[in-house]
Write a protein that binds this ligand. Structure first.
Ligand SMILES: C[S@@+](CC[C@H](N)C(=O)[O-])C[C@H]1O[C@@H](n2cnc3c(N)ncnc32)[C@H](O)[C@@H]1O
Length: 205
């Protein structure tokens, strides 16, 4: 793991015990509704969730699919594992870096992640991995916050980005849609429920 990846991983290890309460208000007001919109699109027999975190998406897992989840922060994953046991969620959880997935090409029908590519140190490398492990005709589903298209807001976001990365491990100026477009997907859809800074992306391989 590179020094930069290690630094981000440590940020999430440190945040893990507080993560659910930190996002509590936004979760109730906005994120939960968007998560639902993302997960209703999840389809197929085998689904991979990347950047599982503390397992906030467990409530949306489909009943009829085999679920696999990965995260590179041992502390975040520990919380997810405790939640998994408490709520009896059927998912194989593994410590793994999305930038180098230990799965064969074309393994999953759906590859899905929420609020992950803001913190992946090399996002294009990670997205290429999502593309690689997704089956042809399968889909990559993402819910991500991105840099605003408003120039003043974007300038502020760029300015404050180093501070946010240092405290929370997340970049607030990622251009995830552009990064997805840099992968050779056949089609990319942006859900109309998306806003300037929060995007629901569906990319078909
Ligand atoms: C903001 S949290 C989001 C967690 C969860 N997806 C959610 O919606 O609540 C970002 C998660 O991505 C994980 N992550 C960041 N970079 C990663 C990488 N390179 N490989 C695997 N997981 C990564 C972090 O450890 C963290 O758990």
């Amino acid at each position: 793991m590179t020094a930069n990846s290690n630094r981000i991983r440590q940020r999430y290890d440190r945040l893990a015990p507080y993560f659910d309460s930190l996002e509590g208000v936004l979760e109730g007001l906005l994120f939960r509704r968007l998560r639902k919109k993302l997960w209703v699109q999840a389809a197929g027999a085998h689904i991979l969730e990347v950047g599982v975190g503390t397992g906030k998406n467990f409530a949306f897992y489909p009943d009829d699919a085999r679920m696999t989840g990965i995260d590179f922060s041992p502390r975040m994953l520990e919380i997810a594992q405790r939640k998994q046991q408490r709520k009896q969620i059927a998912v194989d959880l593994t410590l793994m870096d999305v930038q180098s997935l230990d799965y064969a090409d074309n393994s999953f029908d759906t590859v899905i992640g929420s609020f992950v590519f803001c913190s992946v140190p090399k996002p294009r490398k990670g997205l290429k991995e999502l593309y690689r492990v997704c089956k042809p005709g399968g889909q990559v589903l993402l819910l991500e916050h991105v840099l605003s298209s408003n120039k003043i807001l974007a300038t502020l976001m760029n300015l404050f980005n180093p501070l946010v990365v240092n405290t929370l491990g997340a970049n607030i100026n990622r251009q995830t849609l552009k990064n997805v477009q840099a992968c050779p997907f056949q089609k990319i859809f942006i859900d109309p429920a998306s806003s300037d800074m929060i995007k629901l992306i569906r990319a078909i391989k």
